[in-house]
Structure formats: structure tokens, C-alpha cells
Design a protein around this ligand. Structure first.
Ligand code: 5GP
Length: 120
């Protein structure tokens, strides 16, 4: 099982506005902001507003409305960034083996350039 949610994790603080971030999009279910250390021309993070550490947490505990809202928000961010036609990559690191650094579920959106094959 994943760790209990820590209300003092970095992205919880970003959601509460205690740490500044460059906002890209926000609605009832999701908040999107630019990654502080971009790994591609475009590198945006999308997080659910709910308190979910992992995909397991989110997919088992979030309501259907929250899940749909979050999935649509990820899609909207990519669309609004003009990434649909050229293509992009979305990724989530989960847990220790996934190299997850911040224990609030987040989806990375990479784009704005040819990304090549996926590197594990
Ligand atoms: P993870 O490794 O957990 O999948 O991704 C964490 C991401 O958060 C990394 O890409 C890292 O650059 C980003 N990050 C870490 N600290 C901050 C911060 O204070 N602000 C923003 N905007 N991004 C951060």
C-alpha cells in the first residue's frame, strides 16, 4: 500500500499557494503548472486537487467525477499547449521503483520537440 498522504508535501503546498508556481490551468479537479526543471521544451505537471499519493490511491479512492475531471484536465492542458497535432508524451512516476519524488500524484506532459523513443 502507498504511504498515507502528507499534507506538507511540496505539491500540497503549491496547491495551497504556499509555494509559488507558474500556473497553466486550474479547475475544480486539477491544477497544472510548469515544471521547475524542464526536461523538454514543454514540461508541464498536472495534479489532481484531491489528496492522492499514487495512481493506486487515485484509481481506487477518487470518484468517477474526479477521475473524469482530472483526465479531461490533462487532455486540455496538452490541447491548449498545441501539442495534440505534433504529439507529446505523458508520464507518471509511481513509488520507489518509479522514482517518484513528490508524494502527490502528478502527470508529466512533455512536448514541443521530437522526444524519440521512451527511455525507462
Ligand atoms: P517526480 O520525480 O516525482 O515524478 O517529479 C517531480 C517533479 O517536480 C520533477 O520533474 C521536478 O523538477 C519538479 N519539481 C520539484 N520541485 C518543484 C518546485 O518547487 N516547483 C515546480 N514547479 N516543480 C518542481
Amino acid at each position: 500500500p502507498t504511504l498515507p498522504y502528507d499534507d506538507n508535501n511540496l505539491f500540497a503546498k503549491i496547491l495551497r499557494g504556499e509555494i509559488p508556481s507558474t500556473k497553466v490551468y486550474e479547475d475544480d479537479w486539477a491544477y497544472a503548472f510548469e515544471d521547475i526543471n524542464p526536461q523538454a521544451e514543454i514540461h508541464t505537471l498536472v495534479i489532481p486537487k484531491g489528496r492522492y499519493v499514487s495512481w493506486d490511491d487515485f484509481s481506487t479512492k477518487a470518484s468517477a467525477e474526479e477521475i473524469a475531471g482530472f483526465v479531461r484536465a490533462v487532455g486540455k492542458v496538452a490541447r491548449d499547449k498545441g501539442l495534440v497535432e505534433p504529439g507529446y508524451r505523458m508520464m507518471a512516476n509511481i513509488g520507489a521503483h518509479g522514482g517518484q519524488e513528490v508524494p502527490h500524484l502528478h502527470v508529466h506532459i512533455f512536448g514541443g520537440q521530437f522526444l524519440g523513443p521512451m527511455i525507462a
